[in-house]
Ligand binder design. Structure first.
Ligand code: PLP
Length: 508
């Protein structure tokens, strides 16, 4: 205790606060700038008439306001910033629902092989790349039990939109577009599910969770009608529990003509062992940056392939990679001639570098390896659930869970405080306050890539945090003590946001 308190007084307080007018505690790259200083000296352009070459309207009238720094200044700038990040390469990161697993470096090597490829290159000259995409479409279809896959969407949420637009197109093609106005979503769903349905023009209706943590089947049946266009589910659900009645759910949904959408963010729990296609889902999205180890890049770019059963194939976004017999044998090409397609979801053919990484991961592990992924992920999460209960955390649905579980802190403690305290231990907190149906929720997902020693160190850290909280009322509300930025005044930040660097005082 004493040392945390002491650290609080001896450590310089972060200056990224209202009091300092929003100044950072190390110089911005703009503040390092000195007129004329350069990191690189490209050769001078000779006698080129830029106006004739590019057109007068494309030439700048004023120089851009860029920082003028040496290479070393630049390297320090980015390195210092990078060291302030929590990252999977440096920190334990049990962020539930997000599957923050280690990204093997061999994936990067593979992605590098394609670094000279250009998106405007003619397909004849990019056959290897197209073949890779074709094989990945095939592998993801096999893994999920679907008939066709598009690699286009740029993230899970983007793929949800593609999926629901395909479902809408399907109902419209059958003359039921007007009649089907509703999308059913469980009350524990990720926010992107209802947001997607609303963006596609549907009314969203919540389905309650029953006392066992699964979809309340009676309430679900009561909500079904010929007005329902789709049901969006994840399995295991956001409590980390397997929906054991999934076959009854899918049969009931199909009986009223609704389509079943699988949010694949939780695929890590079942990959290699069970397939959404076999559970009755008609559309599936995958988050390659979750299950398939392409990095979560600061909120993007992610990659969210979307897979469908055969009856929805004609609505897939274009283009996708197809194969045909050419003069010189099999050739791969980009298929855009799909009359009923919902169209393009983004530029080019997807986030190619990440598609290479995911393909590398799948091929490196193979069928048995992918099965091990879900096995170890589920075992690690169950180990932590039991250890959490021993520490005095409450586990609202205390049964064997899948790849993640939801816990609540011991009586009287707040999840937010525990999350902040954990930062001092160099660990990223779990997901907090999600799902919304559990008060003070902490959603913990260790993934298969963490060792037993790391899991134990996590439990030890939490035990120490609880002991400190017990011994000193001031400890938790004051945490974190060792981070560059200490606890922020969230109410004040919301009411009086400082939105301009260095102008806090002036802006009032
Ligand atoms: C992450 C997640 C999403 C959204 O995926 P993004 O790739 O972040 O857009 C949707 N549903 C669940 C359950 C998730 O965990």
């Amino acid at each position: 205790m004493a040392d945390a308190k002491e650290a609080a007084t001896t450590q310089p307080m972060s200056t990224l606060t209202q009091a300092s007018g929003g100044r950072a505690d190390f110089p911005l790259v703009f503040e390092r700038s000195q007129p004329g200083r350069r990191a690189a000296h490209p050769p001078k352009v000779g006698d080129v008439d830029l106006e004739a070459l590019l057109g007068a309207e494309n030439l700048r009238r004023e120089a851009p306001r860029l920082p003028e720094v040496s290479e070393l200044d630049l390297v320090r700038h980015y390195t210092q910033l990078a060291h302030r990040q929590m990252s999977i390469d440096a920190n334990f990161y049990p962020l539930g629902s997000c599957t923050m697993k280690y990204n093997p470096k061999v994936n990067e090597e593979a992605a590098k092989l394609f670094q000279d490829l250009h998106p405007y290159q003619a397909p004849e000259t990019a056959q290897g790349a197209l073949e890779l995409l074709y094989n990945l479409q095939h592998d993801l279809a096999a893994i999920t039990g679907m008939d066709a896959v598009s690699l286009q969407p740029a993230a899970g949420a983007h793929a949800e939109l593609a999926g629901i637009l395909m479902i809408r197109a399907y109902h419209e093609a059958r003359g039921e577009g007007e009649q089907r106005r509703v999308v059913l979503v469980p009350d524990g769903a990720h926010g992107t599910n209802p947001a997607t349905a609303a963006m596609a023009g549907y009314a969203v209706k919540e389905v309650p969770t029953g006392p066992d943590g699964e979809v309340d089947l009676e309430a679900f049946r009561a909500a079904l009608s010929p007005a329902v266009a789709a049901v969006m589910l994840t399995n295991p659900n956001t409590l980390g529990l397997f929906e054991r009645r999934i076959l009854e759910i899918s049969a009931a949904a199909h009986a009223v003509g609704a389509q079943l959408y699988y949010d694949g963010a939780n695929l890590n729990a079942i990959v290699g062992r069970a397939r959404p296609g076999d559970m009755g889902f008609d559309v599936v999205h995958l988050n390659l940056h979750k299950t398939f180890t392409t990095p979560h890049g600061g909120g993007g770019p992610g990659t969210g392939p979307v897979g469908v059963k055969a009856h929805l194939r004609e609505f897939l976004p274009v283009p996708f990679v197809a194969k045909r017999e050419g003069e010189a044998g099999a050739e791969f090409y980009l298929e855009s001639d799909v009359p009923r397609s919902i169209g393009r979801m983004r530029s080019f053919y997807g986030n190619f570098g990440n598609l290479v990484r995911a393909y590398t991961y799948i091929r490196a592990l193979g069928r048995e390896g992918l099965r091990d992924v879900s096995g170890y992920a589920v075992m690690a999460a169950n180990y932590l659930r039991v250890r959490f209960a021993e520490l005095g955390f409450q586990v609202p649905f205390d049964r064997v869970n899948m790849h993640e579980f939801v816990a609540q802190p011991p009586e009287g403690l707040r999840t937010l405080d525990i999350a902040k305290a954990q930062l001092d231990y160099g660990m990223h907190p779990a997901t907090v306050y999600f799902p919304l149906i559990v008060k003070e929720a902490m959603m913990v997902e260790p993934t298969e890539t963490e060792s037993l020693e790391t899991l134990d160190a996590y439990v030890d850290a939490l035990a120490e945090i609880l002991a400190r909280a017990e011994a000193d009322d001031g400890y938790l509300p004051g945490a974190p003590y060792h981070t560059p930025v200490r606890r922020l005044d969230e109410v004040r930040a919301a009411r009086q946001p400082v939105l301009r660097y260095g102008f806090g005082e002036a802006a009032g």
